[in-house]
Design a protein around this ligand. Structure first.
Ligand SMILES: Cc1cc2nc3c(=O)[nH]c(=O)nc-3n(C[C@H](O)[C@H](O)[C@H](O)COP(=O)(O)OP(=O)(O)OC[C@H]3O[C@@H](n4cnc5c(N)ncnc54)[C@H](O)[C@@H]3O)c2cc1C
Length: 330
């Protein structure tokens, strides 16, 4: 492909730290690493750029029980295996944060600006994921992954028969609280305001569930403990008064289900984002911009998990190969 195509960078007369690629993959989580594997198999000249740590959100989780074929694994083992598989196939993975993405309307090529290099790319897959919105209480960072969770689907089963506190009042918090009520002995929904924002039908279901308690006008101020949490300080948002409840260490969990923030800032102005900031794609992971694909948690989809991110990455790389007129996996 490389010889005949026009280089956006050459046109601009730029030479230093500049590379021309068939495909730039932004993000080295499961979606990005899966895309890297499929890009290699389609013989694309591709690079994967990662900002912080390969594996993405996966490395935040110490136990993964729902990735087919790999029961009882942990985030580090799984993401390291994905990285090793991609690199064994010859994938180029570079630790370099991407700060800019633009498209030349005349050539249809992309300019991807990272810290150490700039890339003139024929196609781009954004696989930058999403971040769980933090609740902001004291102790949240310390206990993240050790008593404080951001994903009921992922971690709910570790609290089977235990008490859980759920922070959030929207639809997903209500749905996940109901899911947790099937596993936990008790679910306490902690809601900052004087009402839940969730749909009425969900609120009724919560109110009718014997295992669910709803504490309105309540916030968690801090969580304390040793290796695992053993106390929670609550604030009554009407009176401003606080009180501390203590439990056996490790006997409860806190689920922060206050929504997610998609990492789609690079796409702003380029492609359609939904009201929550997720990129809108078709089933080939294509955006409305030819050659620009989005895979994984950053796109609008019904289930954000490792298995769906990996699937998205495979589809996106295959779609990129088809866009470039290269043979794709059958
Ligand atoms: C605490 C927790 C536990 C979870 N447990 C499970 C579980 O048990 N099972 C399960 O299936 N799912 C689980 N999930 C969900 C799962 O981790 C995600 O669905 C999955 O990681 C999404 O993959 P992704 O590649 O789309 O995004 P991410 O994993 O978010 O990866 C995106 C990557 O892109 C990088 N990036 C972002 N912006 C840039 C940039 N500008 N330049 C370069 N790189 C960038 C990020 O640093 C990150 O590494 C869990 C999530 C959390 C938060």
């Amino acid at each position: 492909m490389g010889e005949k195509r026009e280089s956006l960078l050459q046109e601009k007369g730029e030479t230093m730290n500049e590379q021309t690629k068939d495909l730039v993959i932004i993000g080295g989580g499961p979606a990005g690493l899966s895309a890297a594997i499929y890009a290699q198999r389609s013989l694309l000249d591709a690079v994967t750029l990662e900002r912080e740590a390969l594996g993405g959100q996966v490395i935040l989780t110490s136990e993964i029980d729902n990735y087919p074929g790999l029961p009882h694994t942990d985030g580090f083992t799984l993401s390291d295996a994905m990285r090793a598989q991609a690199e064994d196939l010859g994938a180029s993975i570079v630790m370099d944060p991407v700060s800019g993405l633009s498209r030349d309307a005349a050539t249809g090529r992309f300019l991807v600006t990272a810290s150490a290099a700039r890339y003139d790319a024929a196609s781009v897959i954004l696989a930058a994921g999403a971040q769980p919105r933090r609740a902001g209480f004291e102790g949240e960072e310390r206990f993240a992954g050790h008593g404080v969770s951001y994903c009921a689907t992922c971690d709910g089963m570790f609290y089977r028969g235990k008490q859980v506190f759920v922070i959030g009042g929207g639809n997903s918090a209500a749905e996940e609280a109901l899911f947790l009520a099937r596993l936990a002995s008790r679910v306490t929904l902690v809601v900052r305001k004087d009402h839940l924002r969730a749909q009425t039908a969900l609120v009724r279901e919560l109110e009718a569930n014997e295992r669910v308690e709803i504490r309105l006008l309540t916030s968690i101020v801090s969580v304390g403990g040793g290796e695992l949490p053993s106390s929670i300080e609550f604030r009554d948002n009407a009176s401003g008064e606080t009180h501390v409840e203590t439990y056996d260490e490790g006997s409860f969990g806190i689920f922060v289900l206050a929504g997610r923030v998609p990492e789609t800032g690079l796409l702003r102005g380029l492609v359609e984002l939904d009201e929550s900031g997720y990129a809108v794609t078709d089933e080939r992971m294509a955006t409305e911009v030819p050659g620009l694909f989005v895979a994984g948690d950053a796109r609008r989809k019904p289930l954000r998990q490792i298995v769906t991110a990996a699937s998205d990455g495979a589809v996106a790389a295959t779609s990129a190969a088809a866009y470039l007129g290269l043979p794709v996996e059958g």
